[in-house]
Design a protein around this ligand. Structure first.
Ligand SMILES: [Zn+2]
Length: 427
């Protein structure tokens, strides 16, 4: 692997420090040296990329990813895609996420038992390009809850988006199956969702005995539980059982916020607010008018979520971008829009939004000491961006402005002028 030297870049290192001009030397898959412009780095055989003042920042992390959601409008239409097409779909999406600047993605559930595991393994073995990826199980739910798509006349689990469990021992069996398949995370649907008839976002139907059984099995194998938790009761249930990655967390009360704050050094919240926004404002072509979305309860949830998440942010709870892209009305590859939403609706500064997808990204990927920051010794996951993301976050979702994407020291998207001076050969 050839070494790479980025010179004449504006370094936005991910920690919250103001950007500074300098150079970054990548050797192998790691950042070897970070220099301010006053202390030039010797290229020593590296391929030199003159950034001409562009921003160099850490790769972004998508904290709530569903590669297998196939941009369909319904859960059933995602689930019924034939397996062969579905595997190819996941490979395509993984590649495009990486090219879109997401060098890390945390799987938040897949649509068939092994889709996430197979995709992760193919990325790690070099068969397909893709981000660093933590693989999830399917959604585990209870009959009538979010993800139970079985029909009365077709009671076959293969037709269901999520896996139904009934009782603690049934939960244990299902969790053990997914752990056997090699998932990094077990996904539980603790609350409902407003589009599910009879199981809206306020409902919390999984029993403590079921959640405890899952938690016991997952802990034994040193894996992680991640939860869909929109209701206040479901967020509290998650925290009671030691669950540290919470998706949505729309509805909270003071007790919930206090519990989150008490665990803030360990807890991550990835709300995925873009789907709420999309259902209220952009889903009409797929039959969900604003009026419909409001009648389902999404305006109430949007208002509650903005209030809850703003309070969490003020209390120092880590909130990360990403989430639930892969529906027709909230399609893949626009994921970086979350950063703009965090600023517009949750009271983040642009720097805090950047930090949430970089520094916190490394932490949520369980690699806090080597991922998510431009620092000597850290993994070389880097973006070269044309412009200043702090002045305009939307450039992060413009492919033309992403001049280069590097993961693990290799270009997933190479800059157009790869090298102005190959010093090793010139010497
Ligand atoms: Zn999700």
């Amino acid at each position: 692997m050839s070494d790479t030297l980025f010179t004449n870049v504006r370094i936005l290192d991910g920690t919250g420090t103001l950007p500074y001009s300098g150079s970054v030397l990548v050797q192998g898959n790691r950042i070897r040296q970070v220099g301010r412009s006053t202390a030039p780095i010797s290229p020593a055989g590296a391929t030199v990329i003159d950034g001409a003042g562009a921003t160099l920042m850490p790769g972004m992390c998508e904290a709530h990813t569903h590669f297998s959601w196939n941009d369909a409008a319904t859960l059933a239409a995602i689930q019924t895609m034939p397996l062969e097409e579905h595997v190819l779909w996941c490979a395509k999406v993984a590649k495009k996420y990486l090219e879109s600047g997401f060098t890390s993605c945390l799987g938040a559930a897949c649509a068939k038992p092994r889709l996430d595991v197979v995709t992760r393994n193919a990325i790690n073995s070099g068969q397909i390009p893709g981000p660093r990826y933590l693989a999830a199980s399917q959604e585990i739910t209870v009959p009538g809850g979010l993800g139970d798509e079985t029909l009365p006349h077709l009671p076959f689990p293969e037709f269901s988006f999520g896996v139904n469990v009934n009782g603690a021992e049934d939960m244990r069996k299902v969790v053990r199956m997914f752990l056997k398949y090699g998932v990094d995370s077990i996904k539980l649907n603790l609350s409902g969702d407003n589009f599910v008839p009879g199981a809206n976002s306020h409902t919390t139907w999984m029993t403590d005995a079921e959640v405890a059984a899952a938690a016991e099995e997952v802990k034994m194998r040193n894996k992680r539980i991640i939860v869909h938790a929109r209701s206040a009761a479901s967020v509290k249930q998650a925290l009671r059982h030691g669950i540290r990655l919470i998706y949505h967390a729309s509805f909270t009360d003071t007790e919930t916020l206090d519990m989150l704050e008490a665990a803030r050094d360990e807890v991550f919240v990835a709300p995925g607010i873009a789907i709420l926004y999309a259902l209220l404002n952009e889903a009409e072509p797929w039959g969900v008018t604003r009026e419909t979305a409001v009648s389902w309860g999404y305006q109430e949830e949007w208002d509650a979520a903005l209030e809850s998440l703003s309070k969490m942010h003020k209390r120092g709870i880590r909130i990360l971008p990403g989430g639930d892209y892969g529906f027709a009305f909230n399609p893949h590859y626009q994921n970086a829009r979350d950063l703009e939403f965090f600023v517009k609706y949750l009271g983040f500064t642009p720097m805090e939004a950047i930090r949430s997808t970089t520094l916190y990204g490394g932490q949520i990927m369980l690699q806090p000491h080597e991922l998510g920051v431009i620092k000597e010794g850290f993994l070389a996951d880097l973006l070269l961006v044309d412009g200043d993301p702090l002045a305009n976050l939307s450039i992060l979702r413009d492919p033309k402005r992403l001049l280069a994407v590097m993961k693990d020291g290799k270009f997933a998207k190479a800059p157009e002028i790869v090298s102005q001076r190959a010093w090793g050969q010139a010497a």
